[in-house]
Design a protein. Structure first.
Length: 301
């Protein structure tokens, strides 16, 4: 008999294809809400310590407060005013960075943050909406939309949590004081996490992080309209899943072990074949990659 997870995956895929057809709509990766407060429209600002409403364990240290920093990151223990992105392994402060680069709210955009719930789990989010890069001239006409979300998963183990990096459009990657020209090149944006303790295994960056042009719309690791989910269990990063054009993809398990009797039934193979034929009519962009390809196999709920 087919396993339950295979059945849910295959039936779910076919239902999406039938209902969505070849013009399948893509949900907006950036989550709404979480706008209980706003950072002032000034350069290189940070919030005061904000209560998460839950405790997270990042590389063996527990935190229940966070600082929201204008320049594309949140941090624990203290705020970060730095505007030029550095390799996250060099950070001396625990940091989670959806887009560490020189944001300037005094020129354009909004940074809101707050607590809420996602699927019954406590959550915190900070959202950078249509923000500009720092510019020494009047050419800062490019805009970025991105968000970081922390989701409490203490239902699985104390301190466990999920990190979402959510993106709208990404048009610039650096500020003028970071070597950029018109928002491009120079010391470009960093995306990832770090324990801030100089331990190499406690720092991870997304594919394209720090590479000129890679994260921009149309770049090799284009972030636009994507969601990347980083799963933290027992204080460690166990999965980094980059979701392309689909914030709610279907997860498939490992291949069944021979002789375990978990192969799909013939009728299910027929259903899958029909689904795959429909897949051929769908327009999908292939961009981005995860530097940790091990997907979470159990549903996280």
């Amino acid at each position: 008999m087919i396993t339950a997870i295979w059945r849910r995956s295959i039936v779910g895929l076919i239902a999406v294809l039938i209902l969505g057809g070849s013009n399948l709509a893509v949900a907006e990766p950036i989550r709404s809400g979480f706008n209980l407060a706003n950072l002032p429209a000034m350069d290189d600002a940070s919030s005061t310590a904000i209560n998460l409403g839950f405790t997270v364990d990042l590389y063996g240290k527990s935190y229940n407060q966070v600082y929201v920093n204008e320049n594309g990151n949140i941090s624990f223990t203290n705020p970060i005013a730095a505007f030029t992105p550095i390799p996250l392994a060099n950070s001396t402060t625990p940091i989670i960075a959806p887009f560490f680069a020189d944001v300037d709210l005094s020129l354009a955009g909004d940074l809101s943050y707050g607590v809420g719930t996602i699927d019954g789990h406590n959550a915190f989010a900070a959202t950078w909406s249509k923000v500009a890069h720092y510019s020494t001239s009047d050419d800062a006409n490019l805009r970025n939309d991105f968000q970081v979300v922390l989701i409490d998963r203490s239902d699985e183990h104390a301190g466990d949590f999920d990190i979402e990096f959510n993106y709208g459009i990404i048009e610039w990657e650096s500020g003028d004081f970071s070597g950029g020209v018109g928002g491009l090149a120079g010391d470009t944006a960093r995306v990832g996490i770090s324990g801030g303790d100089a331990i190499a295994l406690h720092s991870h960056e997304a594919a394209g992080s720090g590479l000129a042009g890679a994260l921009l719309s149309g770049g090799q690791n284009d972030l636009s309209q994507t969601r990347s989910t980083w799963l933290i269990e027992n204080g460690q990063l166990v999965s980094n899943r980059h979701e392309i054009d689909d914030p709610d993809p279907i997860d498939f398990p490992d291949e069944p072990t021979p002789g375990t009797g978990t192969l799909p039934e013939p009728a299910t193979w027929s259903m899958l074949a029909l689904g795959l034929m429909a897949v051929g009519r769908m327009r999908k962009l292939s961009r981005g990659e995860s530097h940790n390809r091990r997907l979470l196999l159990a549903e996280r709920g």
